[in-house]
Design a protein around this ligand. Structure first.
Ligand code: NAD
Length: 363
């Protein structure tokens, strides 16, 4: 494989492929940049993950950790495996073996975390194999962890949205919100935004979208989702196809599920004044350009969804939940304000300004 094609002045520092035939482990780790500290990044477990995907995700982590001034570099790993096809014991065996195989780099050069198909339990197994509690973050509470399940990312997304709303001089108490996806990021974003006084008028999940211009109750939606599997079973609004969420009349739109959901086909139908990217790459930069030219304020993904990695840093410092929420709030507010103010002054897109700031901090 032509690994050289990934190389530039930033990284990657190392690409490590791991085969452990005994348990059938096939994985890749990319340590993109270690200038600021050990590479930080989650473990993705899917049947399709490959070096290129892992490299791209590692590069995003390099920018994200630098942008938030954390003492970490950027990294990521991928285990090529479909956990849904096997009993849970096989996943446990994979995670333990992966932790063991990474003893020589984790936690010295790499600190893992949850990502697609890995959560706090998987982090427990990784630590069991690795032997060091500092080899990953997002661990269960009883291991001194701050699991992603506490909602740090959604909390940060809500704060980024509040900063953007204030930046435009809008009144939070008169602001309406639509959220695509009601998983970890979307459900916590909804909870905190409603605490800030905003009205959640629409949410969606894989089965559809529910809309009520008078407002929906996020806590009730969550209960219904947990019991029945979908927010659409909450009978308090109109049920629509899930893709319609992007076109509904709401002041703030928060994509918090899939990539590339706002695209050439629907960008002209977006009615929101603010889009806060809770998900990673919910649209390509060219689509952001179109919205920017129309005067829509777009808070880019690596700014808005940085709460997870900020929480990881506080876990690494052995701090608890209260400290973590304070740190996420402080860093997200300060840096979102900085990006929006500087982008306004220099008349550029928030993403371009955030990249400029990340590069300054990386250097
Ligand atoms: P999750 O698996 O907890 O939730 C995903 C949600 O998306 C689910 O509610 C699912 O029903 C919904 N969904 C699936 N298909 C959909 C569709 N067609 N339309 C509407 N909703 C649909 O995932 P998550 O952890 O909340 O992550 C969401 C996004 O945020 C991803 O892009 C992820 O990379 C990004 N992100 C997550 C974190 C984190 O800490 N969890 C941190 C940074 C970025």
């Amino acid at each position: 494989m032509e690994l050289e094609k990934f190389a530039d002045d930033i990284g990657p520092e190392k690409i490590i492929e791991i085969y452990s035939p005994k348990v059938g482990l096939n994985a890749v780790v990319v340590l993109d940049n270690l200038k600021r500290g050990p590479a930080k990044g989650g473990i993705r477990m899917t049947p399709t993950v490959n070096v290129e995907e892992v490299f791209r995700l590692a590069r995003t982590m390099t920018f994200k950790t630098a942008f938030f001034e954390l003492p970490f570099g950027g990294g990521k790993s991928g285990i090529i495996f479909d956990p849904k096809k096997y009993p849970i014991g096989k996943k446990q065996e994979m995670m333990m073996e992966f932790g063991r195989q990474l003893r020589y780099i984790a936690p010295k050069m790499y600190i893992a975390a949850p990502d697609v198909n890995t959560g706090e339990e998987e982090m427990r197994w990784f630590v069991q194999g690795n032997g060091s509690l500092r080899s990953c973050t997002g661990k269960p509470k009883e291991l001194g962890g701050l699991p992603h399940e506490l909602g740090s990312t959604g909390f940060g997304v809500a704060h980024a949205a509040l900063v953007a709303v204030n930046h435009l001089g809008m009144d939070a108490n008169k602001t309406t919100v639509a959220i695509e996806g009601f998983g970890n990021v979307g459900s916590f974003a909804a909870k905190f935004l409603s605490q800030f006084g905003m009205k959640i008028v629409a949410v969606s999940d894989s089965r559809g979208c529910i809309y009520n211009k008078e407002g929906l109750n996020p806590e009730e939606l969550l209960k219904v989702k947990q019991v029945t599997g979908s927010v659409v079973n909450h009978k308090t609004g109109e049920v629509l196809p899930n893709r319609q969420i992007f076109e509904l009349p709401a002041d703030v739109l928060i994509p918090a599920a899939l990539p590339d959901v706002i695209n050439r086909d629907n960008v002209d139908k977006v009615k929101a004044k603010v889009v806060v990217e809770g998900a990673n790459i919910p649209m390509v930069p060219e689509t952001e350009d179109i919205l920017h030219k129309r005067g829509v304020l777009v808070v880019p993904d690596f700014v808005a969804n940085g709460g997870g990695v900020i929480s990881s840093y506080d876990e690494y410092r052995k701090n608890g939940e209260d400290s973590m929420f304070r740190l996420v709030e402080r860093k997200i507010k300060k840096n979102t304000k900085l990006v929006l103010t500087r982008a306004g002054k220099e008349n550029c897109k928030p993403r371009d300004m955030a990249m400029k700031i990340a590069m300054e901090r990386l250097e």
